[in-house]
Design a protein. Sequence first.
Lengths: 504, 115
Amino acid sequence: MNLAVALPILLPLLLGALSLLAHRRLRLQRWLGVLGTGALLAAALWLLRCVAREGVVVLHMGDWQAPFGITLAADLLGASMAVLTGLLGLATAVYSLATTPRGHEQYGHWPLLHLLLAGVTGAFLTGDIFNLYVWFEVMLVASFALLTLGGERAQMEGAIKYVALNLLSSMIFLSALGITYGLFGTLNMADLAAKVAAADQPGLLSVLAAMYMVAFGIKAGAFPLFFWLPASYHTPPVAVSALFAGLLSKVGVYSLYRVFTLIFTHDVGYTHEILLWAAGLTMLTGVLGALAQTEIRRIVSFQIISSIGYMLMGLALFTPLALAGGMLYIGQDIVVKITLFLVAGIAFRLLGSYRLEALGGLYRYRPLLGVLFLIPALSLAGLPPLSGFIAKLAVVRGAIEEASWGITFVALLTGLLTLYSIIRIWQQAFWRELPAHATDTGVLRGERRDPGLWLMYLPVAVLAGLILLVGVYAQPFFGLAEAAAGQLLDPQAYIDAVLGEARP
Amino acid sequence: MEPLMAVLVGITFATAVYMMLRRSIVKLIIGLTLLSNAANLLFFTASGLTRGAPPIIPEGAEQPAGAVADPLPQALILTAIVISFGVLAFALVLIRKAYQVVQADDLDQMKDTDT
């Protein structure tokens, strides 16, 4: 039964290997890509069902009991993140069928996609913090290669910053791991939680907490460590950008959630206060950056940073409601961001540009695309009845209940500015007339058929439908987030499940 | 032994950061290499140095006699070394390609995707 927790990691690893074996057979690789990510989604859903029924699902690799062996452990947060990984993998795989250049496919787009997903699910499901580092590296190496496939100048420039800063954060993470092991002699997260709670070295613990915070903060793109993100995320083909935008920075946020609810809760007033400041500044700088941009993908890249702020805010407030809201925000934001990138990709397909000044008339010729843009965009700004509204409402209410007026004000102001930045895209790319200097408009006007277009619309439509569904029919999703928050705030069940009878 | 190692780790970190702050991408990679070595050394030092006591169980015994070195950090560092080797190999290819595309090894000339 506990195989459920290993399957979401094993499947993409296996599929990555199979895709490598099918190196010369692109058709087979494509089938493996779509069916494999579909299977990943199914496996993750099965895992979520198991977790919802039985509580934390644990698997000790090689039957070495915790805390000696490597443990895989899935609670509601980890399992839901795995489900979202599968969903995004599938959406990107379908979208890639129509958009990925042939050269990229020949040089390993599909195997890398699977390995990236393996790294991401591994990070979500591991119960060992050194193992988390290893999965981070698996994910990063795959993302490095995906980012640089094609070798254009912008990609190289973006990749150097991406690689350098992510390596820096990995090394800070590794140093923190070394000190952790030196202090506590264990790297199993549940065991660490128990030992940290019993330790009496608050100064050293705070230093350690700060090291983890910086390492994961760089990966998450939190203020003031986010500069690599908007410099690199928009450079690869749009399907890859969408996957990065949806998933990668959220792995950093997930790690912060895990470490700062399970392990470092010894001095919440200190660590989480820093997180709260970081959250406010992250959302504000992100949205201000977005306002300064004139290219859709870069606007959305800055919006990623802004949203990271809301997620950190949920964590920093550290109340059940705020945590639930923060997690719901992570979940819905993953879907919103990928949908926005995919819509930008369709606009590029129709008009050949991502720049606002070269776009226009999209709503007139493609009203459906306009609707499909408005759903994630308004959800990003937090308008009802969309999923972003529910998540933002919960986070902001959490702040009001804690009487944190400063962060409440910043969050609401950011929402307003987000709306403005979305309206800019809408007004220029969709609402106004087609600019006179746009030459290649055959596809847009329907004079020329584009056979791959439906493959691009399909995932966008499904994801937009999901955003609407979560907004209108929010209760089960919010209930899930509340249950997950309950698990995070009371880690004893997690610790007991992992350590089991090995506890003294 | 520990103080010596601590000073060494500190110097390696400082050198790494200094190299990473230069404009040349070659120096950036050298800095990253030093940084990963520094992190590994830190791990090694922080998890305790035990000299001359390999963790080997004598034949016929159930457990080692006396205190022995902890083998786990060495295994972890080995993993970390392999990972950083792979990543740095990738980074080397990356800067070579970047040099070919941009025709400069100056980070100040790679600002097209910023702002």
